[in-house]
Ligand binder design. Structure first.
Ligand SMILES: Nc1ncnc2c1ncn2[C@@H]1O[C@H](COP(=O)(O)OP(=O)(O)OP(=O)(O)O)[C@@H](O)[C@H]1O
Length: 318
């Protein structure tokens, strides 16, 4: 398709407005995904991620705005364009009466009508998700992890250039989870652009080149994981095991310039630090001078979860 050669990003969403009755689900939502990216879309429950993806795919109508994919406007009848798009939905969507191989073949046939051409693609997809030993199985006989892998094979068998993964690792075992993440990275190195939504921050940090945090139907922040961490004042989190921290020592710690907050529950002191230099010495100095005895002391750098919490006021997970 000639349009794939244009300079436009893989996906450009401009000022998308979507209402459900009086409720605004997408509020002039904008999104650019560059070619070759693994782009992470993060948002708390109800922030509009699924609505955005369904509007992008023309599965939902919207009030106004545009969706362009590889430089072409996406509409419900953009069949040419749809051949270049793959979708791995949040809920496993396969046919129980078809085998693994037949399911993959069916989904591939929606885009690749020629059986001979398809056979090779189906084989590659089976190989890619490691379901060779299960090709004759019905989905009902597969474990949760294998079922997710089948769902992925059905979404990618036609070798799309832009792939949407909507929470592909929910409720899978660690082995399948790693296989799925490796698979997404592999698809990306083969040239596919990926849009990825997940509730798991570590996954997003691991595989996404850029991340958008959305809430209330629009963008809250956009950047690499490091850039996002630079947008908030969250620094390291210091945790100290101590049973005898006096109120006066806690007050001194709270008064330290590095301390954003300090909480003590009688067993553990947790200090959220501001961004900047590591400054454990100041905490240790207060503990020493106040005669506080302590055990385990740990410090961890700010996480994407801290950023998310500060920007949206919500935890990502349910
Ligand atoms: N069919 C619908 N009718 C009415 N309201 C809806 C409908 N679908 C979604 N909504 C509402 O639109 C808002 C955005 O929902 P959406 O499902 O897009 O969010 P989400 O970010 O995908 O959430 P989750 O992480 O839970 O999947 C929510 O307030 C939701 O309740």
């Amino acid at each position: 398709m000639n349009s794939l050669l244009t300079e436009e990003p893989a996906l450009r969403v401009s000022a998308l407005l979507k209402r459900y009755g009086d409720m605004v689900a997408l509020d002039h939502f904008n999104l650019d995904v560059r070619r070759g990216e693994v782009f992470g879309l993060l948002g708390p429950n109800g922030s509009g991620k699924s609505t955005a993806i369904n509007c992008i795919l023309s599965l939902l109508t919207f009030e106004s705005g545009t969706v362009r994919i590889f430089g072409q406007e996406m509409t419900p009848t953009s069949y040419d364009l749809k051949r270049h798009i793959g979708v791995v939905p949040q809920n496993v969507a396969v046919f129980n009466e078809l085998s693994v191989q037949e399911n993959i073949d069916y989904f591939c046939s929606l885009y690749v009508p020629k059986k001979a051409e398809r056979n090779d693609l189906v084989e590659q997809a089976i190989d890619f998700v490691g379901l060779d030993d299960f090709r004759k199985f019905r989905p009902g006989k597969l474990s949760g992890g294998l079922l997710r892998r089948l769902n992925i094979a059905c979404g990618i068998a036609h070798q799309p250039d832009l792939i949407f993964f909507d929470e592909p690792t929910v409720a899978v075992d660690p082995q399948s989870r790693n296989a799925i993440l490796d698979g997404i990275e592999h698809l990306n190195t083969q040239g596919a652009t990926v849009v990825y939504t997940s509730h798991y921050m570590e996954e997003v940090e691991q595989i996404c080149t850029r991340i958008m945090i959305m809430d209330h139907g629009h963008q809250i922040a956009l950047g690499t994981s490091e850039e996002l961490k630079g947008m908030v004042d969250a620094g390291e989190q210091v945790t100290v095991e101590t049973l005898d921290l006096e109120d006066s020592a806690l007050s001194q710690i709270r008064a330290l310039p590095l301390a954003q907050s300090a909480d003590y529950d009688g067993k553990e002191l947790v200090i959220h630090c501001r961004q900047g230099e590591h400054n454990l010495q100041d905490v240790l100095a207060v503990l020493e001078s106040s005669g506080t005895s302590y055990g385990h002391l740990t410090s961890r750098p700010p996480s994407l979860n801290d950023v998310f919490l500060e920007l949206t006021g919500k935890e990502l997970r349910d």
